[in-house]
Design a protein around this ligand. Structure first.
Ligand SMILES: [Cu+2]
Length: 178
């Protein structure tokens, strides 16, 4: 009975997709500069675009240079699905990492990074991390994180369902084949 296996597979996949959207956070879909790109001159600002609206509070964007110094030029601004931050003139040529930490549409914090390469050194000078950090930001961000619901019970539940479905389908198949 192959059909049983098929039905179970479809049911389990459907369930996983269903719970998947239930715990889905915002996902970065685009950026300017594009992740992995090379630029000859430093951008005046960086923009990160997500698939869902970003909440106004607690969003931070940092630009870290190859010299370990920060080049973000001020606090980030949220506009719908996008978060942008002004960028100071860049310094040394090399890889710049744009780190982000946002509060997603469902209230969960989402963080990650993209990078781009500056091919020609600019005239700018970065600042050390401590000076670049917006005041009181880290404490606020941690508060928002503690309110999140962990995803692991859902993942564990999904894994158990798949296992149960597979075992059931195998037993059904074996019984009818014999
Ligand atoms: Cu979430």
């Amino acid at each position: 009975m192959r059909r049983q296996l098929l039905i179970w597979s479809v049911a389990v996949i459907g369930l996983l997709i269903g719970t998947g959207t239930a715990w889905a956070h915002n996902v970065l879909v685009n950026s300017d500069p594009v992740n992995g790109s090379s630029v000859a001159a430093g951008p005046a600002k960086v923009t990160l675009k997500f698939d869902l609206p970003v909440q106004q509070s607690f969003s931070t964007v940092t630009v870290l240079g190859p010299d370990g110094l920060h080049y973000e030029g001020g606090p980030s601004q949220v506009d719908g699905n996008s978060v942008s931050a002004p960028v100071n003139p860049l310094g040394a040529a090399g890889k710049y990492t744009v780190g982000y930490r946002i509060v997603s549409d469902d209230g969960h914090p989402v963080s990650g990074s993209i990078s781009f390469t500056l091919t020609q050194a600019g005239t700018g000078k970065g600042v050390p991390a401590a000076a670049a950090q917006p005041e009181g930001d880290s404490a606020d961000s941690q508060d928002s994180e503690s309110g999140g619901i962990p995803a692991w019970p859902w993942i564990l539940g999904g894994v158990l369902l798949v296992a149960a479905g597979a075992a059931f389908a195998l037993r059904m198949g074996r019984g009818s084949d014999d």
